[in-house]
Design a protein around this ligand. Structure first.
Ligand code: MN
Length: 433
């Protein structure tokens, strides 16, 4: 029996493939047998982290299957792409309905609800880019109505070095940050809890195989260095940011917390959803040669649909699951992840396993597609009226923000990312230095 698959696809993408874990066959699951994202889990806070893949509403303990003899996620992700691909394929084979493993592997399953999910991998360095051109244009217009986008934007992927130590797993709350802010019209700053706390809807590329110092990653090889993609919420204190950001960029306004989803969705799982990045508009410059390839222009993006949900404390108290605030897509990015990987290394910088590259806030071009409250409320000037009558200019204590993402197209099985969620806790009392 032979089946023809489109270029880049194989039996692991077959939409008809079924799993002996029943919940993986549900139409709306994020984790069918075609996904198999990597994550770290543990039974309780005193147990060591283990390597798992999400399958339906369960986690498969990969070490318990015998396919791995260690629990070192960085070691798994640092392997060359063909080895990572082979491991995914072995998992797919064992999880298929009727596979011999159907009798042995069930003992390696844990209910996702019963375990703690951690970061997908220990975070190396964290770089955040600014590829969401609609976000960059909308925010730029607030500060520079005459020139929303600076002249470099369409030539060079803009980014800054973020903070890895405060990248948090989904589900971990964080305290509203304290900092310096400059009240309107004031001559001197004040010190206190941020009053303009915001979220940012982003995706994050995680580095698998690194590169040697001084040896840049060629654009054509970039995806081979990508271990996978998660959702990323780059929490931002807008009042602290406005006062501190010039001339070197954001600092404490971003470094207090960033939340990532627990499951690393691999480029292999995403293969059916490759697509062209949004076309550059007429008059845009052609990227410099090191950032330009026909392959990247044709298939350098993935059709990943994104959503932001807000559940206020009042909603939670009434058992209300929250309200969707906006939707957008990775196709709203001006630069591809391959271009970001290549640009990051072009001067010689070495990327290492576990490094995280944020896309920047992904906002669409239309109202209702803004990836931050800064845009949805026009800098806090037009409060958002929620379905239950509450209003928001920026986040309040007790608010839970959840990002979601999925891929869907005819002829392929829908896959998802799982939620990226965290609750804003009240500012700690009196951290005055
Ligand atoms: Mn950001």
């Amino acid at each position: 029996m032979t089946t023809a698959f489109a270029p880049g696809l194989d039996a692991t993408h077959d939409p008809l493939s079924r799993c002996w874990v029943d919940s993986a066959n549900a139409a709306d699951t994020d984790f069918p047998i075609q996904n198999l994202p990597w994550g770290q889990f543990r039974a309780d806070t005193t147990s060591p982290w283990r390597i798992g893949v999400a399958i339906g509403d369960a986690v498969l303990d990969v070490q318990a299957t015998g396919l791995l003899d260690h629990a070192d996620m960085a070691r798994v992700l640092s392997a060359p792409a063909p080895a990572r691909r082979a491991l995914r394929r072995a998992l797919w084979q064992g999880l298929q309905w009727g596979a011999p493993e159907q009798t042995a592997w069930p003992s390696a399953l844990w209910p996702q609800q019963a375990v703690q999910l951690g970061l997908p991998c220990e975070v190396g360095d964290f770089t955040d880019f600014y590829t969401g051109i609609h976000h960059a244009t909308a925010v730029g217009a607030m500060f520079r109505p005459q020139q929303p986008l600076l002249p470099n934007y369409k030539w060079v992927p803009i980014g800054y070095h973020g903070r890895a130590s405060s990248v948090l797993p989904s589900g971990q709350g964080f305290h509203r940050p304290w900092g310096q802010t400059l009240p309107a019209g004031a001559a001197a700053p004040v010190f206190g809890p941020s009053q303009r706390l915001d979220y940012e809807l982003e995706l994050a590329g995680w580095v698998g195989t690194g590169n040697t110092l001084g040896q840049p990653i060629d654009l054509a090889q970039a995806h081979e260095h990508l271990a996978g993609i998660t959702l990323l919420n780059d929490w931002s204190a807008r009042d602290i940011q406005a006062w501190e950001y010039q001339p070197l960029g954001p600092f404490l306004s971003k470094s207090f917390a960033s939340t990532v989803s627990p499951w690393l969705v691999t480029p292999d799982a995403l293969a059916p959803f490759r697509c062209a990045p949004a076309a550059r508009v007429p008059g845009d410059p052609v990227p410099l040669a090191y950032l330009l390839s026909a392959q990247d222009q044709a298939l350098g993006s993935w059709d990943i649909q994104l959503e932001v949900w807000l559940q206020t404390a009042a909603m939670q108290a009434k058992g209300h699951p929250g309200q969707r605030l906006s939707t957008s897509s990775l196709r709203d990015a001006y630069w591809t992840l391959a271009q970001l990987l290549t640009h990051h290394t072009v001067g010689g910088c070495n990327l290492r396993t576990g490094d995280v590259l944020g896309t920047g806030t992904l906002s669409g071009s239309r109202p209702g597609q803004a990836g931050s409250l800064l845009e949805l409320t026009h800098g806090g000037q037009q409060p958002l009226v929620l379905d239950n009558g509450e209003t928001r200019r920026f986040l309040e204590d007790g608010d839970t923000v959840t990002l979601r993402g999925h891929c869907e197209r005819s002829g392929a099985r829908r896959i998802g990312f799982g939620p990226c969620s965290a609750t804003v806790l009240s500012a700690r009392s009196g951290p005055v230095p």
